[in-house]
Ligand binder design. Structure first.
Ligand SMILES: [Zn+2]
Length: 230
């Protein structure tokens, strides 16, 4: 989970307007304007698990469960974009969690994948501060990456496979960069930046690979919170 900025765009403004009308008329918030604005904001990535591949169903997610509260139900700032797996697990539990449109989540929690094979492999989420939002967010992350029912465990296996593949590719890219000739480095830097920007799959885990080797990758770390490239 990384910060995804809620930028004031034309699509976001259209979503806010549509939500106001829906609220007045007690209609559904699931409107084309809202879906378009969320797609633009999250770039096809689930904000919880950060997966992008093979997601069959995206869902509108309320960060703070509205439980019928009209303000929360139609507040654009409470709208997030998640895969069905994560939305289903989160439901109205884990409240409150960190708001990734406001907070640099990867500065509050360290994301690491330990080990390579079988039982050795383990995802680790370390709280860098202590509060209830961080605690709940870590519990949610653990449950989405490992699953809580037999079906969810199967879905979680697919997410972890996608994570593993993404991290392998990313490490390969970093090695390539380290061994590259000076004239090749700019292209590789661009490719690395695309891999760690907010819209990239599993950006939190990739950034922590660099942050855990801070001195060695100083010149790449600067790309961790730059605006998204188009
Ligand atoms: Zn997800």
């Amino acid at each position: 989970m990384v910060r995804v900025r809620r930028i004031d765009t034309q699509k976001a403004r259209a979503a806010v307007r549509a939500l106001e009308v829906a609220k007045e008329n007690n209609r559904s918030y699931n409107m084309p304007e809202v879906n378009a604005a969320l797609t633009e904001m999250f770039r096809g990535k689930c904000y919880v698990c950060e997966n992008k591949e093979g997601i069959s169903s995206f869902q509108i997610e309320h960060l703070i469960p509205h439980r019928g509260d009209v303000e929360l139900k139609y507040d654009w700032n409470n709208f997030f974009w998640s895969c069905a797996h994560c939305n289903n697990i989160k439901n109205d539990k884990y409240d409150p969690i960190l708001d990734c449109s406001q907070v640099d989540v990867d500065q509050k929690i360290a994301f690491r994948k330990r080990g390579y094979f079988g039982t050795e492999e383990e995802l680790e989420f370390v709280a860098l501060e202590n509060n209830i939002e961080i605690e709940n967010t870590i519990q949610l992350l653990h449950d989405v990456y490992y699953g809580s029912t037999p079906q969810k465990r199967l879905e979680a296996t697919n997410i972890r496979r996608s994570l593993r593949q993404n991290l392998s590719k990313f490490k390969e890219l970093i090695r390539e960069y380290e061994e590259a000739q000076e004239y090749e480095k700019d292209d590789l830097k661009y490719a690395i930046r695309k891999e760690i920007e907010a819209s990239a799959a599993f950006a939190a885990f990739k950034r922590w690979l660099l942050w855990d080797n801070r001195e060695r990758y100083q010149e790449l770390i600067q790309f961790c919170d730059l605006p998204i490239l188009n």
